[in-house]
Design a protein around this ligand. Structure first.
Ligand code: ZN
Length: 85
């Protein structure tokens, strides 16, 4: 199931996933890993849908971190698409 939520003035598609892909992801909210088997959310900018790089814009967040994204979001958005040294 997919929802649209606002983050940093953009619309984001948000989907809850079970985390059963067997991969580790890094949550942009807390910069911690999300290990396999942990349910979390995948979010990506609505504006990127259909663009060639859309899938690369997907971010995997802990549910709690996504809920608190407006508190944590400034750094996340600032770092988007740019190397962090
Ligand atoms: Zn997190």
């Amino acid at each position: 199931m997919e929802q649209t939520e606002d983050f940093g003035g953009e619309e984001w598609h948000v989907r809850s996933v079970a985390g059963d892909s067997g991969k580790f992801y890094r949550c942009p909210g807390c910069d911690q890993e999300i290990p396999p088997g942990v349910g979390h959310v995948v979010a990506w900018p609505a504006a990127s849908m259909g663009a060639a790089g859309g899938v690369d814009d997907r971010r995997h967040w802990h549910r709690a971190c996504w809920s608190a994204r407006e508190r944590r979001g400034a750094n996340v958005l600032r770092g988007r698409g740019a190397p962090r040294y």
